[in-house]
Design a binder for this molecule. Structure first.
Ligand code: NDP
Length: 381
């Protein structure tokens, strides 16, 4: 092991971001050593990954799946607490957080409290518990590094800049696969159609969130918490080509944009090796082939999830945790064929309207709001 080898662990290793991170580990095997892997229930894939990379510390959230993971010489921890135990036992220098949903919150906090730097793809913890997460990082001195391409773009635009000189964040959105559909057509969208995203190959939940624009709303929370920018300073801009990954406007009117091919391996690599930019042979962007770039305002009439996210972000207290949990339940119900596509924003809006908000200062209070929203939305369905 060379002196420069970085010890990394991946939570959500069997998913889209997890697999692309493993590709980076293969490519840069001289610089990285993998010390822990965790996932939800895919014991077969987790076992294959452990065998390939010789990882001895594993965890699966699903206890019966954990019993099935057979890796000679490896310790397999089980359940949500098993994932936190893995973080502690593996002692990574960098934790890749790529679990889907708020399930990633507890292990993220465990890592931050232990002073471990975290590269964050998993945005739901920042939606539900942004203040708690950023406080934990501040207290221990652990760094939060973005993987999400838009947030990575902003992070890169802010390099070397004075944060006090930022006027506005221009958060770009591909618009999702349905930006051209009418309100009536949106009523007919099926899970199969929604899962077919034009630009990114992602997990099921984030793909649906991209189609409803809830994902863009969640990124508003990421920007707010990661960069300490006020919600009113964040503007969403629809940019169909997904070439500009976001922009920062400064108080002198200058705008800095970060561009690149729409390939998650670029921001993943940047987060892993930050502040270094390592050479790679990933595809390059060709401006002449792209031709022109377009920009437009988002339509929050047809895509109310974005409006709901902005209002929950402004309202604060327990509303963001309710927004997140209501979305998780509504998206799952849509994927299961139990509700129509446009019921997703309806259910979130009902949950937000019918919620009696309270102050959220602790993890227990976040979980209380989360539980209330899940039960409430299930009742509405
Ligand atoms: P996937 O659905 O592809 O993967 C999710 C991963 O999380 C899988 O490894 C899954 O394990 C694991 N998982 C699910 N539930 C649990 C649980 N309760 N406990 C532990 N592990 C669990 O999602 P993505 O990789 O697409 O996305 C992951 C996160 O990154 C999301 O928050 C998403 O918003 C964010 N993101 C994704 C991007 C992308 O391009 N994919 C871009 C930017 C952000 P198993 O398969 O075994 O069930």
């Amino acid at each position: 092991m060379s002196e420069q080898t970085k010890r990394i662990a991946i939570l959500g290793s069997t998913g889209s971001i997890g697999e692309q991170t493993l590709e980076m580990v293969r490519t840069h095997s001289d610089r990285l050593s993998l010390v822990g892997l965790a996932a939800g229930r895919n014991a077969r894939r987790l076992s294959e990954q452990a065998a390939e990379f010789g990882v001895k510390l594993l965890a699966l959230a699903d206890e019966s799946a954990a019993a099935q993971a057979q890796v000679p010489g490896a310790r397999v921890m089980a359940g949500a607490t098993g994932i936190c135990e893995l973080v502690e036992a593996a002692e990574p220098q960098l934790l890749i957080c790529a679990i889907s949903g708020v399930a990633g919150l507890r292990p993220l906090l465990a890592a931050l409290e232990a002073g471990v730097d975290c590269a964050l793809a998993n945005k739901e913890p920042l939606v539900a518990a942004g203040a708690i997460v950023t406080d934990a990082a501040r207290k221990s001195g652990a760094r939060l590094l973005p993987i999400d391409s838009e947030i990575s773009a902003i992070f890169q635009c802010l390099r070397g800049e004075n944060p006090a000189e930022v006027e506005k964040i221009l958060l770009t959105a591909s618009g999702g696969p349905f930006s051209g559909l009418t309100a009536d057509e949106l009523q007919q969208v099926t899970p199969e159609r929604a899962l077919d995203h034009p630009t990114w190959k992602m997990g099921r939940k984030v793909t649906i969130d991209s189609a409803t624009l809830a994902n863009k709303g969640f990124e508003v929370f990421e920007v707010h918490w990661m960069f300490g920018v006020e919600v009113r300073q964040i503007e969403v801009v629809v940019h169909h080509q997904s070439v500009i990954h976001s922009m920062v406007q400064f108080q002198d009117g200058s705008v800095i944009a970060q561009m690149g091919p729409p390939d998650m391996r670029v921001p993943i690599q940047f987060a892993i090796f930050y502040p270094e930019r390592l050479a790679n042979d990933l595809p390059r962007m060709s401006p002449a082939d792209i031709g022109s770039l377009t920009f437009a305002r988002p339509d929050t009439e047809r895509f109310p999830c974005l409006r709901l996210a902005f209002s929950a972000a402004r309202a604060g207290r327990s509303y963001p945790a309710v927004l997140n949990a209501a979305d998780e339940v509504a998206v799952q119900a849509f994927l299961d064929g139990r509700v129509a596509f446009m019921r997703i924003p309806e259910l979130i809006e009902r949950a937000l309207e019918e919620h009696q908000a309270f102050e959220v200062r602790t993890l227990a209070e976040v979980e209380e709001a989360d539980r209330w929203a899940r039960e409430h939305v299930r009742g509405l369905i």
